[in-house]
Write a protein that binds this ligand. Structure first.
Ligand code: SF4
Ligand code: SF4
Length: 210
């Protein structure tokens, strides 16, 4: 299954699961591409998300870029990093905030640590979510299964119910950045891969913990 047939299949699946994801829109070839509208947008993304997940590797990158010690980059309580132990080992920390807003959002509403910013900021407003095509329920399979599903999709191979989870490329509907030219298929495939890699591909292990 490839090309327009695949798009139609994904559109049909989205029609059955969209009510579970009211804050998102489906992204397919032909969808308007992303161009940040920061000049006319009050930094919606950096203000509204109260939780920006951060992995050990990202803490190291941000620490190098900012010159700040890791403990100043993550949300802490009583001097200890807050961690999301429910989903170990990926992205266990949270980006530090000040007065409810990311500590790196400048007065000019620009990111003052753009080079070192977390993966969640690099990938926004796109997300890859996985769905069970038999039950139409969202899934969070183990990483290898997700990797295979994305490979099947980007490789133009069959995406069928019996093959397991189906990845859908979605974007946050609250972002007004859908303003560019229509995505070509090759650009869409690259976006699926890049979004998946940034959203999920966190190597496990203790290296780089704050
Ligand atoms: S919400 Fe979208 S358009 Fe606005 S600053 Fe963020 S990425 Fe740019
Ligand atoms: S690190 Fe930069 S891009 Fe990310 S939420 Fe903070 S200000 Fe926004």
């Amino acid at each position: 299954m490839a090309g327009e047939e695949l798009d139609e299949w994904l559109r049909e699946l989205w029609g059955r699961v969209a009510s579970r994801c009211p804050e998102f829109d489906l992204v397919l070839p032909g969808t308007a591409s992303f161009v940040c509208q920061a000049a006319g947008c009050p930094a919606h993304c950096c203000r509204v998300f109260t939780i920006v997940p951060l992995g050990g590797r990202e803490v190291v990158r941000l620490s190098r870029a900012s010159g700040l010690p890791p403990l100043e980059l993550v949300e802490c309580e009583d001097g200890e990093p807050l961690t999301h132990r429910a989903f170990p080992p990926t992205r266990p920390y949270f980006l530090a905030r000040r007065e409810g807003v990311c500590r790196f959002l400048g007065a000019d509403l620009l990111c003052c640590q753009y080079e070192g910013r977390p993966d969640a900021c690099r990938v926004y407003p796109f997300y890859v979510f996985f769905f069970d095509p038999a039950t139409y329920l969202p899934m969070r399979p183990e990483w290898r299964m997700m990797r295979s599903a994305v490979d099947r999709l980007t490789g133009g191979n069959a995406v069928r119910a019996e093959l397991g989870p189906v990845p859908l490329l979605l974007r946050h509907a609250g972002c007004p950045g859908s303003a560019g030219p229509a995505l070509r298929r090759v650009g869409w495939l690259t976006l699926v891969e890049e979004t998946f890699r940034l959203q999920y591909d966190e190597p496990p292990g203790p290296a780089g913990e704050p």
